[in-house]
Design a protein around this ligand. Structure first.
Ligand code: NAI
Length: 326
């Protein structure tokens, strides 16, 4: 049996946390041969709820779960963490502007970046899920100067999975038959799901779906899916978000399939002309626990326009939080 690894999860008492922890403890994220110690973080008023979640986890008698810690202090929760899943964030309150939300959550990710820098494993793998996820990842990364930028990512895998499902429904295929789909940009309503390079059972997606459907239905449906689910369910999409966190981390750690890539928000290195220094969703391949941005894809005018719009939103968000970026 392998030695246990430490998985820190913030916002553990929340909706996404509640769906996520059981999947991690059952081995869905890191494999059925990898024991884990869960290090749960939430804010002080949620500590009672967190105790209940920990009791339920115990009650599952998961063979891979080798310990649970609970804390309201980031430095405790991140101690020696091999993985840090940054889910906890403040929800948007009544009358709150996007800028207010950015400010409130930025302070959380600044403090957590510093804590990761101080106490986490030097190879920690971090995913920012709490919104605005891309900009929160940037804040955490910039406040952790002793960790490699490659340690930090943000989640656009839910958007990627949503796009796969929409395309599979339209073409009557299975999601597993689709390869080479990309979500570019920010996890927000400006994101751009791109099928230009996608193959469905070996055939170009562009030959199987018409451009009007892509522009007028597919792209808006993926961009608005979160809002559509809130409207239907009365609550945000927690179960699908948790499954996407698992997909993101599993592929990052255990590798992407040889004939495909996934969408991950990572620090832009200027690939595809996207400004450096923002967390932007790119097509990524992973092996040996590292991601690489897929290079050399052709970008047409339609795509470029949408990629630039979502890039601009990220640059604007970065301006709002610039005082928190050392
Ligand atoms: P929730 O409100 O049910 O749970 C959030 C939890 O975070 C609460 O338990 C809260 O006490 C905790 N929290 C707040 N401040 C904290 C802090 N400083 N440290 C630790 N914990 C803290 O929300 P839910 O539904 O679980 O969503 C969590 C976040 O994930 C939200 O920001 C949501 O917008 C985001 N999200 C992102 C998705 C993505 O695709 N990137 C998809 C779905 C949700």
């Amino acid at each position: 049996m392998k030695a246990p690894v430490r998985v820190a999860v913030t916002g553990s008492a929340g909706q996404v946390g509640y769906s996520l922890l059981f999947l991690i403890a059952s081995g869905e994220m890191l494999g059925k041969d990898q024991p884990v110690i869960l290090q749960l973080l939430d804010i002080t008023p949620s500590l009672d709820a967190l105790k209940g979640v920990a009791m339920e986890l115990e009650d599952c008698a998961f063979p891979l779960l080798k310990g649970i810690t609970r804390s309201d202090k980031a430095e405790q929760a991140f101690q020696d963490a091999d993985y840090a899943l940054l889910v906890g964030a403040k929800p948007r309150g009544p009358g709150m502007e996007r800028k207010d939300l950015l400010d409130a959550n930025a302070a959380i990710f600044q403090a957590q970046g510093k804590a990761l820098n101080a106490v986490a494993s030097r190879n920690v793998r971090v995913i920012a899920v709490g919104n605005p996820a891309n900009t929160n990842a940037l804040i955490a990364q910039r406040n952790a100067p002793d960790l490699e930028p490659h340690c930090f990512t943000a989640m656009t895998r839910l958007d990627h999975n949503r796009a796969l499902a929409q395309l599979a429904n339209r073409t009557g295929c299975d999601t597993t038959q689709i390869h080479g789909l990309t979500v570019w940009g920010n996890h927000s309503s400006t994101l751009y799901p791109d099928v230009s390079h996608a193959l469905i059972d070996g055939k170009a997606a562009h030959d199987l779906v018409d451009r009007a459907w892509l522009a007028n239905e597919f792209i808006p449906a993926v961009q608005q899916r979160g809002a559509t689910i809130i409207k239907a369910r009365g609550q945000s999409s927690a179960g699908s978000a948790a499954c996407s966190v698992i997909d993101h981390m599993r592929d990052w750690v255990l590798g992407t399939p040889a004939d495909d890539w996934v969408s991950m928000s990572v620090l832009s290195d200027g690939s595809y002309g996207i400004a450096e220094g923002v967390f932007y969703s790119f097509p990524c391949r992973c092996s040996n626990g590292r991601y690489e941005i897929v290079q050399g894809l052709e970008i047409d005018e339609f795509s470029r326009e949408r990629m630039t719009a979502t890039e601009q939103e990220l640059l604007d968000e970065r301006d709002v939080v610039s005082h928190l970026l050392p």
